[in-house]
Design a protein around this ligand. Structure first.
Ligand SMILES: Cc1cc2nc3c(=O)[nH]c(=O)nc-3n(C[C@H](O)[C@H](O)[C@H](O)COP(=O)(O)OP(=O)(O)OC[C@H]3O[C@@H](n4cnc5c(N)ncnc54)[C@H](O)[C@@H]3O)c2cc1C
Ligand code: SF4
Ligand code: SF4
Length: 455
């Protein structure tokens, strides 16, 4: 850590300039100056409540903090680990799924995260698991929970493309002795690592960190916009599934399911739902466009989807897994031998290929976004990627349109009125599609020219 930051400085930079992911890490200290609240834009932001005697402020986006590479080097660099410049330190990389129980069927991907947390509880590696569960409440649908109960851990499976924060669970950890495993998105786990450096109680009690690969996070308005495309009122939604597996389709071609309070189930393929194209980035938090950790480099183990051609025809889902902690790697190897995990080794190249879009958007794209912001003299958080005016005119256009789409959708008042939302966003979406179509046509023309020359 380089130096301290004042609450006012954090407010003026990260929070007010919207580089905040809403993780809630800054509320952890006993005398924190902040409290989390859900804004009308559907994101969690810290509210300044007392700046007099704030204690040490920790935030994964603040300039004074240690970066992901340095955190991971301190934890994992040794003679048994490897380093990749794109995704940092690792021990092993696997691709596969859970071959026992209902984990894969109930999971978003191969079911591995739920399987691992269940093993950690079952085999007494930990006393509590911290993960994100569905709430039976009309407005806050998903929330972090602390659980020691196998059933509620299992019920917390599936990805929630929905904001959450760690404020309550960090307070719980402080109040309750025990060993905890925490599941989190990369910036949340980075925040936990920084907290472990400043408050020994977190280092002692949080014994395993489980990272989830992250493309970006959405505001609550994303969920509202999806519900608006079903014949059910938001207040009558009992269960919502962002990742409903559709048999016999390609794995990326999944659907959305909701169950209402009368237990009626509704399902739609995502390609029939407006706004589910991940490349458009609708309702994305701005912070996610300034984040350079795709796979959770500071976690003991990370899980994502193995989006590569080899697995794309298996709709049941296949995880990509990156291990760093030797105990968790041993647990995995033991269960591979027992046949509980159907995992195989994955190359670093295949891992990068499986997240190709994420790496492009957060390396080349991030460099260009930082360049654009700094050209306007705007504050930007310090990143491992350096600002750069990238060469490709086409990519520059794509990134600029995506920034506009992020902003327009994030602040749109029409998130529950799909015809109006479409009217508002279609001009930008068409512009984006035109750039892609134009580039396809250019590629085709140059191939045709080469072919004609050869004739
Ligand atoms: C916002 C978001 C963006 C993602 N982006 C990508 C991506 O770009 N590329 C990729 O390969 N994978 C991405 N994932 C991860 C992917 O969707 C799967 O979660 C992952 O592959 C694990 O699947 P599984 O079947 O092993 O997990 P499951 O067995 O289904 O368990 C999921 C676990 O994650 C926890 N969880 C769910 N939502 C959240 C959340 N919002 N924050 C913290 N914990 C949560 C659950 O409580 C549960 O413990 C993303 C997930 C989220 C939530
Ligand atoms: S990113 Fe997290 S720690 Fe930083 S200001 Fe936002 S909520 Fe607080
Ligand atoms: S993209 Fe980065 S900043 Fe956004 S939620 Fe994911 S890890 Fe956090």
């Amino acid at each position: 850590m380089r130096h301290k930051i004042t609450p006012q400085k954090l407010l003026n930079t990260v929070i007010e300039q919207n580089y905040c992911s809403g993780c809630g890490i800054c509320t952890a200290s006993d005398q924190s100056a902040f409290k989390m609240h859900l804004t009308e834009n559907g994101q969690y932001l810290p509210q300044l409540i007392d700046a007099e005697n704030p204690g040490l402020i920790v935030c994964p986006f603040a300039d004074h903090q240690t970066d992901e590479t340095k955190i991971a080097r301190n934890l994992y660099a040794n003679e048994n680990s490897f380093y990749n410049p794109e995704f940092g330190y690792y021990k092993n990389i696997y691709a596969g799924y859970v071959a026992v129980g209902n984990y894969r069927r109930q999971g978003s991907s191969g079911g591995s995260v739920s399987w691992l947390t269940q093993q950690l509880l079952n085999e007494k590696f930990v006393d509590f698991v911290i993960n994100v569960a569905e709430q039976n409440k009309p407005f806050i649908k998903f929330k972090y929970q602390v659980t020691r109960d196998l059933q509620s851990n299992e019920k917390a499976s599936k990805s929630k493309y929905y904001p959450t924060n760690l404020e309550e669970v960090l307070k719980f950890i402080k109040r309750h002795e025990g060993r905890y495993a925490i599941v989190g998105l990369p910036c949340y786990i980075k925040g936990v690592r920084l907290l472990q450096q400043t408050e020994p109680i977190f280092a002692k009690r949080i014994v395993y960190t489980i990272g989830i690969f992250c493309g970006h996070l959405k505001s609550t308005h994303y969920l509202s916009s999806l519900i608006a495309q079903f014949p059910v009122k938001e207040t009558a939604v009992k269960h919502f599934n962002f990742r409903y597996k559709l048999p016999d389709r390609k794995v990326g071609d999944y659907g959305t399911q909701l169950i209402d309070t009368k237990n009626v189930s509704y399902t739609k393929p995502n390609n029939e739902l407006f706004g589910t194209n991940w490349g458009w980035g609708l309702f994305k938090l701005k912070a996610c466009d300034y984040c350079d950790d795709i796979i959770g480099e500071t976690a003991d183990i990370s899980f994502g989807d193995a989006w590569i051609p080899k697995f794309e025809n298996d709709y049941k889902g296949t995880n990509a897994i990156v291990t760093r902690h030797p105990v968790l790697d041993d647990l995995i190897r033991k269960n591979m031998e027992l046949g509980h995990l159907h995992y195989e080794n994955m190359t670093p190249e295949a891992l990068i290929q499986s997240q190709a879009g994420g790496f492009r958007h957060r390396r080349e794209g991030l460099a260009y976004r930082l360049y654009l912001q700094q050209k306007k003299d705007n504050f930007t958080p310090v990143k491992r990627v350096k600002p750069e005016k990238i060469k490709s005119k086409k990519r520059r256009k794509i990134y600029k349109i995506r920034m506009q789409l992020q902003e327009k959708s994030f602040y749109s008042k029409h998130y529950k009125d799909i015809p109006e939302l479409k009217k508002e966003l279609q001009p930008l979406i068409h512009k984006l599609e035109e750039v892609y179509e134009h580039s396809q046509w250019t590629k085709f023309r140059s191939k045709l020219k080469k072919w004609l020359k050869r004739k």
